[in-house]
Design a protein around this ligand. Structure first.
Ligand SMILES: [Zn+2]
Length: 368
């Protein structure tokens, strides 16, 4: 059940125009595929991909602030950071209640849940976290309050093995915890969605086909996002494919899309860098001809702007690793919207063109 915030698609109790359009578009595509499949795999490959979304953005989204009731037969899915909440919403669609425990725009790495979160976690059926040491206090609170039959599910550990962990500037190997921001790589985000679909289906087998349909629609969107990012990065001159950011959240993005992370300004304890570290960074930006340095939406830092100015690099503020753009319940307040915003900032600042992403919609894709 929901709180008091406006969520028209569910509150009116019937399909909203946007939801209906999505469902019809999906149905039309399903019929095309069903008619073509007997012809074999080649014919199927020629089927026009589904118009997974209406041409016009919906007025709102379902977000991830649902209230949890334990008697309404709806799965209660507690999540942590916004990218994970958005992925769970796209896979669970209207069939699940989703509540993100980490408020948007807060430092997720040092976040301590409030006592009131214990009550929420005690009503969850699934607690879906990133893991890889990102949300230890929230996991501890969940473990202490889980009701019978509920469980904690870790996306990061389910996606990469320790051999693939990235250790780097703010997540050094000698401190033991890897860089946890797997979702900046779209293929990893897709793997997250696949894990979520499996977990939801396991807990709610009656709706397994619906979760699979939602996953299929979301996969198409993520594939379009991934292809657009590859094309956009492909326009960046090779010598400019270097990232120097404030918050160190781009390791897996960089690995996936062929960019070198040459540095991150934020120390591993989330303090400000020392004068010596600042001087070293300025020197590094000069010698490596780093074209731009990027600030973080969640961690505003005047130091970075100074570093850029002294080193003669462009300063671009506002990269987002776990804070989607727009207000909660707005259609672009999604994981995809966040990555589109990042590319619109990053690619031109490195001398490329992000036009390949102009046709990728930001809003949710769930069909059920
Ligand atoms: Zn982060």
């Amino acid at each position: 059940m929901h709180g008091t915030r406006r969520r028209p698609e569910r509150d009116i109790g019937i399909l909203s125009p946007s939801l209906a359009a999505r469902s019809l578009a999906w149905l039309a595509w399903a019929l095309v595929v069903l008619t073509i499949v007997p012809g074999g795999g080649t014919a199927r490959a020629q089927a026009t991909p589904p118009p997974a979304t209406p041409a016009v953005a919906p007025a709102s989204s379902l977000g991830w602030e649902d209230d949890f009731e334990t008697e309404d037969g709806t799965l209660n899915v507690a999540t942590t950071v916004a990218p994970i909440s958005s992925i769970v919403r796209n896979v669970g669609g209207t069939l699940v209640d989703v509540h993100g425990v980490v408020p948007d725009g807060t430092n997720s790495h040092t976040f301590e849940p409030a006592p009131s979160d214990a009550a929420l976690l005690s009503r969850a059926d699934l607690v879906i976290v990133n893991g890889l040491a990102l949300e230890e206090p929230t996991i501890a609170l969940a473990e202490a309050n889980l009701r019978e039959g509920a469980a904690i599910y870790r996306l990061g550990e389910g996606t990469i093995s320790p051999g693939e962990w990235a250790f780097d500037f703010s997540f050094p190997a000698d401190e033991g915890d890897p860089n946890p921001h797997l979702w900046t790589s779209v293929p990893f985000a897709l793997h997250y969605a696949e894990l979520v679909a499996g977990w939801l289906s396991g807990r709610d087998p009656a709706n397994a086909a619906a979760y699979a349909a939602n996953l299929d629609a979301f996969r198409l969107r993520l594939q379009a996002l991934d292809a657009g990012i590859r094309a956009a990065i492909g326009t960046v001159p090779e010598a400019n494919r270097k990232l120097l950011t404030y918050h160190d959240s781009w390791a897996y993005f960089a690995r996936e899309y062929g960019i070198a992370v040459v540095g991150a300004v934020q120390p591993s304890d989330f303090s400000e860098p020392s004068a010596r570290e600042v001087a070293d960074l300025i020197e590094q930006i000069r010698t490596e001809s780093v074209p731009a340095v990027f600030g973080s939406e969640v961690f505003p830092s005047p130091v970075l702007e100074q570093i850029a100015a002294e080193a003669g690099a462009n300063y671009v503020d506002g990269l987002r690793d776990d804070a989607p753009p727009g207000e909660p319940f707005s259609p672009d307040h999604t994981y995809v919207g966040m990555m589109l915003t990042n590319m619109a900032l990053m690619v031109p600042a490195l001398g490329g063109d992000a036009a390949a992403l102009a046709t990728v919609p930001a809003w949710d894709t769930y069909v059920v």
